[in-house]
Design a protein around this ligand. Structure first.
Ligand code: ASP
Length: 450
């Protein structure tokens, strides 16, 4: 059985929804279909989820939300009319108005419940359309199917283990299961959404729960590419990549799947196949635990801005038992997550994401480190970008670091940090933010020899 998830651009209008249905029926193993909310029809358009957020915000602000809710209803009306399924419209309008008009005393919970309705109504509509053209399909409500979530300490929605058993039977009947992505329920029956883009996570959870042979993630690009196509035109497509490689590239800015989406399928070794709804015959990109072939030593190059460094110097640091532990403890107590920690004999640099280390925190962190750890010098820089070279085939191969470093050096790019992951499948360079795209271009050209 295959579980397939379609993203917002694949469901943006009636024409796209017809493509989705053709894809689903082209393979009888596609039994579970996860849908996002309708996305943008063109660059200027607004995603249904954003329209819903506007509804919730108006309500929370105590204003009328009629104009905002009508914008959502119009989007669904437009699709339903073109698909000849006007009969579903009262159900969609009723669902939207009931949820938007509910109690909003707890604004966070209220916002979650309204946000989820894009996916919910989309699933109802797609199921209705499929039935109207003679296929057996059923809208599957996450609560009735037992998709239970809770919030963890960081406020993130995470799945409750029992959900996997609850969802195990999905798609086993003769009806196609149309499942809304992006949300589930708490045990108390409240709607909880994942973070934005979270339908990818729903698809992965369902694929894991039913033990799918593959999790197909249908989007609007032919492939994952070896480098961001905005930096290099027509880059090499990646046809196969491991979960580990994908994770490393995502860390440095590849935004193909939601960050948390790989985990459920990774644990069960279920391959992910990224495919293009607008070009189904293209090969796509397979994310697997073990690769069958390597087209090149390096799989991809990525770069991301948004890092800061905290550099600490203390004479005889290396002799002081527990110094690093105490340093990390201070950062943990201040709620700051550490990304990397390159060190020298008497110095250490902590690399953090700027978003996790707001400027307001600087003073307290500097004072605590100075006073509690008695250090000579501490400096903060907020202008670091990270560039990564990733490739499973790099492990045990000689000379890549030399080629990369000299290409960057010849291009006049100063390397502030150099780090090779212990797994040897990635190398990381810290450069000034201003040079990140240039550095990615230089590395791609050197390593892919174009
Ligand atoms: N509709 C939600 C969003 O726009 C979730 C998703 O599409 O995956 O973020």
């Amino acid at each position: 059985m295959k579980v397939c998830k379609f993203g917002g651009s694949s469901l943006a209008d009636a024409f796209q929804i017809k493509k989705v249905c053709d894809i689903v029926f082209a393979d009888e193993d596609r039994k579970v279909v996860v849908v996002s909310a309708p996305g943008k029809r063109n660059r200027e358009d607004i995603k249904v989820t954003d329209l819903l957020i506007a509804v919730a915000k108006a309500r929370i602000a105590g204003e009328s939300f009629e104009k905002e809710i009508m914008a959502v209803i119009e989007r669904f009306k437009d699709i339903a009319e073109s698909l000849n399924v006007n009969s579903i419209l009262p159900e969609i309008e009723n669902t939207l108005r009931t949820v938007a008009g509910a109690d909003y005393t707890d604004s966070v919970k209220y916002l979650d419940s309204v946000k989820a309705m894009g996916e919910d109504c989309c699933a109802r509509l797609v199921a209705c359309y499929l039935n109207s053209i003679g296929h057996k399909a059923k809208y599957c409500n996450p609560k009735e199917c037992g998709l239970y979530l809770k919030h963890n300490e960081l406020g993130k929605a995470v799945i409750l283990g029992e959900s996997y058993d609850n969802l195990n039977n999905l798609g086993k009947g003769d009806e196609l299961c149309i499942f809304p992505g992006f949300y589930g329920y708490s045990k108390e029956g409240e709607i909880i959404t994942f973070s934005r883009g979270g339908s990818d996570i729903t698809g992965s959870i369902l694929a894991a729960a039913v033990g799918a042979s593959v999790y197909e993630n249908w989007t609007d690009v032919d492939n994952v590419y070896a480098v961001n196509p905005e930096i290099i035109k027509n880059p090499f497509p990646i046809t196969e990549i491991t979960y580990d490689e994908m994770r490393e590239l995502a860390y440095a800015g590849f935004s193909v799947l939601h960050e948390e989406a790989l985990y459920p399928v990774f644990v069960r070794g279920i391959p992910v196949h990224i495919k293009n709804t607008n070009n189904p015959s293209s090969k796509g990109t397979k994310i697997v635990s073990k690769r069958t072939h390597y087209d090149s030593l390096v799989t991809g190059v990525a770069g991301e801005k948004g890092f800061a460094t905290i550099t600490i110097n203390k004479y005889l640091m290396n002799k002081e038992v527990g110094f690093l532990m105490n340093l990390i403890r201070i950062l943990a107590e201040e709620g700051i997550s550490v990304e990397h920690m390159p060190s020298g004999i008497d110095s250490v640099t902590i690399i953090v994401r700027k978003k996790n280390f707001p400027v307001e925190k600087e003073e307290v962190v500097v004072n605590r480190i100075k006073n509690e750890l008695n250090v000579q010098n501490i400096t903060i820089a907020r202008d670091l970008a990270i560039v990564m070279i990733v490739g499973q085939a790099m492990a045990n191969s000689v000379g890549i670091m030399a080629r990369a470093a000299s290409a960057l050096g010849n291009a006049g790019i100063n390397l502030r940090i150099v780090n090779q992951g212990a797994s040897e499948i990635s190398m990381m360079f810290g450069v000034d933010e201003a040079y990140v795209s240039y550095a990615v271009r230089v590395l791609y050209k050197e390593l892919f020899k174009i």
